[in-house]
Design a protein around this ligand. Structure first.
Ligand SMILES: [Zn+2]
Length: 292
């Protein structure tokens, strides 16, 4: 089996600090990159990690809280602007309002960036630099596949599939999904933001990797809405145990859990519940994915 990797772009919360900000992940396969969420500065972090946005062919949004999608216009416009027309078509999936958000950003009628698209597909300055980097005129407008998706769907491509399930987060204001990617016998589940729930447990059952929300130490959120609509370390460990996954990768860490001592404490506690490996994720860091 060839090497597969998880690149962590964002492993924080809406509140930025020097180490963490928002959510964003890329699974690297042999010849393509699959992205999950596009939180603040994802494109910048991608470049810092030598990941080319033009090689991202698929983007999945778990939900549309801004810490999961704030870099979406940057990613879309950077990928399009640097393209020469030979890249694979970009496919974007997510719960509503994925389609309407995209239209509001790059729709030609009154999208927020329509002026940029019109200028770059018409003025000789942009047409010339497009040709200089290998493009052939006419310069085409973005042609992305954008789809709203729902729980219990399966998206199948040549060498991978992605299953969706309901994640319970801040409904009815925002729909939320968790995803299970299967490729070459390897399974990796992204919980997105959710409280512990049966649907996510079922989706994650037996997975090699569970990339799991862990906002704080449990005792830091007891009695607060975070305990009701997100997950602390005990929730994450319990989900990993009940779903019988092999590796638990904790993401979406607020300052209260990300310090060395607090995380050590979290791991000691989780180990009492869950026997697999527990990994603290760091931003702009790459993890090898192996089948268990
Ligand atoms: Zn959220």
């Amino acid at each position: 089996m060839s090497n597969k990797k998880l690149h962590v772009l964002g492993s924080g919360t809406p509140q930025p600090n020097k180490e963490r900000w928002g959510s964003g992940f890329i699974v690297e396969l042999d010849d393509e990159l699959i992205m999950f969420d596009c939180g603040p500065a994802s494109t910048y972090k991608m470049i810092q990690m030598d990941l080319d946005p033009r090689n991202v062919n698929s983007l999945f949004f778990t939900h549309h809280h801004s810490d999961h999608d704030l870099d979406y216009p940057t990613f879309l416009l950077t990928r399009w602007e640097t393209s020469i027309g030979k890249e694979k078509k970009l496919e974007i999936f997510g719960p509503p309002p994925t389609v309407s958000l995209t239209e509001k950003l790059i729709g030609l009628d009154d999208g927020a960036f329509a002026h940029d698209l019109i200028a770059r597909t018409n003025h000789s300055l942009s047409l010339n630099s497009f040709q200089r980097r290998g493009g052939k005129l006419p310069r085409k407008l973005p042609d992305f596949l954008v789809k709203d998706i729902y729980p219990d769907e399966k998206i199948e491509r040549r060498n991978w599939s992605v299953k969706t399930t309901l994640a319970e987060h801040v409904q009815p204001y925002l729909d939320s999904l968790a995803y299970r990617l299967e490729v070459d016998g390897l399974s990796i589940v992204f919980t997105g933001d959710t409280r512990p729930c049966e649907t996510v447990k079922d989706l994650a059952y037996g997975a090699d990797y569970l990339v799991c929300l862990c906002i704080a130490l449990q005792e830091q959120i007891d009695g607060t809405p975070e305990a009701e609509y997100m997950m602390g370390h005990v929730d994450a460990g319990t989900l990993a145990r009940d779903a019988k996954v092999s590796n638990l990768i904790l993401v979406h860490e607020a300052l209260g859990i990300s310090s060395e001592n607090n995380f050590k404490h979290a791991v000691q506690e989780i180990k009492k519940i869950f026997k697999g490996s527990v990994i603290q994720s760091f931003e702009m860091t790459t993890y090898d994915l192996t089948e268990n």
